[in-house]
Design a protein around this ligand. Structure first.
Ligand SMILES: [Cu+2]
Length: 95
């Protein structure tokens, strides 16, 4: 058995130990304040989509929520949303 074939079964564990949690894809739930119509929803969605590391975004007007899948910097999400004139606070996550 070569080094690499013996190594491979453990590669996922190794990956997880080498890379901090922020690089592993997570689903985070955000409370978004200030949205009042479909244009606001679209603006928040595209702002979050522009953040590096974001793979998928779903935004709902009522209640104001965004679900983000990917491995972005949380601070970058809040900043992107705030630049559009809304506020974002992380309220939960799942791996
Ligand atoms: Cu609006």
């Amino acid at each position: 058995m070569s080094f690499w074939t013996s190594f491979a079964p453990h590669s996922r564990d190794l990956y997880d130990s080498l890379y901090p949690a922020r690089y592993i894809k997570m689903k985070t739930i955000w409370k978004i304040e200030g949205m009042s119509c479909g244009h606001c929803v679209a603006a928040v969605k595209s702002a979050i989509e522009s953040v590096p590391g974001v793979d998928q975004v779903a935004v709902s007007l009522e209640p104001g929520r965004a679900t983000v899948v990917g491995s972005p910097e949380p601070a970058a999400i809040a900043k992107a949303v705030e630049e559009e004139g809304y506020s974002a606070a992380e309220i939960g996550q799942e791996s």
